[in-house]
Design a protein around this ligand. Structure first.
Ligand code: NAD
Length: 254
């Protein structure tokens, strides 16, 4: 499906991978709507891109429903990219052997997994009412963001890995269900990408992480993620699949 002229909704679009995606899709001529937290730089970025910012928490049914309706009012919604997410470490046991705080586990799964499902289901309900794109027999494309942690999660990542494993696991059943409406669903599992989520680490830790990548031996660039989103939207035969974008890294236990 061509990108120019399509309505595109990007969650987490105020930072990192979502921001790079919003920039690339806008440059390709999409009408971009960004969903992010009210504390984010979403408004500024939407101004820069000539798009729309709707402050919303991806875990809220009402806020996401409203955001999807606002996106659809700008241009028929055809592209949805789920980038909102958090990655705080949370071990099973703390230093003193106490069990994890259950609410920490729940909030990571809620934002990364439940939030992704909330956005894709609310958006699908709108996309199915839009006409099929006659060139491609497609109504829309949904791109989700998993992580290599879904496959080789590290110590401290049980909640993050579980949430991202869930995003990977639901890709096929969701693609199968939405196929009859002409909606494709593809998930990207990034490796270690150069975004604010990672930039909080000391420089030495970032370099060491980069050196663990077989080739190219560096962190991934947000625009490399955005370029894959662009390809997924444009390649009508990609569906029901999770694509690793990771320079062949396989994460060590820690
Ligand atoms: P980031 O922190 O730069 O951006 C994430 C954005 O999501 C932020 O703007 C944040 O405000 C927003 N957000 C967080 N919680 C939200 C909520 N409840 N509702 C709405 N918006 C919310 O991070 P990033 O590195 O760009 O990560 C994007 C996605 O990619 C995440 O799902 C992350 O887990 C995944 N990922 C990142 C990496 C990496 O190395 N950076 C690797 C694998 C997967």
């Amino acid at each position: 499906m061509q990108i120019s002229g399509q309505g595109a909704l990007i969650t987490g679009g105020a930072s990192g991978l979502g921001l790079a995606t919003a920039r690339r899709l806008a440059a390709d001529g999409a009408h971009v709507t960004i969903i992010d937290l009210s504390t984010s730089k979403g408004a500024e970025i939407a101004d820069e891109l000539g798009g729309l910012f709707v402050p919303a928490d991806v875990t809220s049914v009402d806020e996401v429903q409203d955001a999807v309706a606002q996106a659809q009012a700008v241009a028929p919604l055809r592209v949805v990219v789920n980038c909102a997410g958090i990655a705080p470490p949370a071990k099973v046991l703390d230093r003193d052997g106490n069990p994890a705080v259950l609410a920490d586990f729940e909030s990571i799964v809620r934002i990364n997994l439940v939030g992704t499902f909330n956005v894709l289901s609310q958006a699908s309900a709108v996309i199915v009412k839009n006409p099929v794109d006659s060139d491609t027999d497609t109504r829309g494309v949904i791109v989700n963001t998993s992580s290599v942690a879904a496959f080789d999660g590290q110590i401290g990542q049980p909640a993050y890995a579980a949430s991202k494993g869930g995003v990977h696991a639901m890709t096929l059943p969701v693609a199968r269900e939405l196929a009859r409406y002409g909606i494709r669903v593809v998930t990207i599992a990034p490796g270690i990408m150069e975004t604010p989520m990672l930039m909080g680490l000391p420089q030495a830790a970032q370099e060491s992480l980069g050196q663990q990548v077989p080739h190219p031996s560096r962190l991934g660039r947000p625009d490399e993620y955005a370029a894959l989103v662009q390809h997924i939207v444009e390649n009508d035969y990609l569906n029901g699949e999770t694509i690793r974008l990771d320079g062949a890294i396989r994460m060590a236990p820690k």
